[in-house]
Design a protein around this ligand. Sequence first.
Ligand code: BG6
Ligand code: MG
Length: 224
Amino acid sequence: MMPKFETIKGVLFDLDGVITDTSVYHEQAWHELADQLQIDWQPAFAEQLKGVSREASLAVLLNATGHPNDYSAEQKAQFATEKNDRYLALLQQLSPAAIAPGMTAFLTALKAQNYRIGLASASKNAPFVLERLGLSDYFQARVDPATLRKGKPDPEIFSRCVALLGLQPAECLGIEDAQAGIQAINASGAVSVGIGAKDVLAAAQIRFETTAELTLANIRQQLK
Ligand code: BG6
Ligand code: MG
């Protein structure tokens, strides 16, 4: 059962691939690391790694070698650092111009109508990215991913974000571009809003092809 539009009081945002298209930079940085480690890049990795923490993403790549236990904890930490250095280098040009279409208007409308706004990103770089986009001030609550016991698809990050906003799950929309993220929102009891293709985000309760369609009027239409 979907709640009525009037019930919604808060919106929980994923960052990468929703607020800005940094997911392509994450993918490029992982791809470069895979090449360096002579791991065959599989097209399926792109969706599998979305929403997934740095450590869990590395585990996906190393599992593809068939001998993930050959790597020491120190080597794994080194690989994760190398990936992050590549990612940060790709972020050098990040500016408000990289905000996803319609996103500033959507955040402004939410703020003007007193919706509570939270950030539920798995990225430890999220504060830096929001700062570079000039969007930090919109978010009343942010979950620190370093404090999570389990990452997406576990609902913990969304449950914590709902609690930080002082709301109930059914009073919140969660916005995600990743399969793991939609699964996490659904398990938290919030209403899942997918941004992206239907075949990828079939589990989303509401779906828009791009952020340009993400408006309160369009959401109201879906929650009648
Ligand atoms: C998520 C991205 O938002 O953050 C993933 O979708 C990424 O691709 C994860 O692995 C962790 O990000 P970071 O910046 O902490 O390595
Ligand atoms: Mg994402």
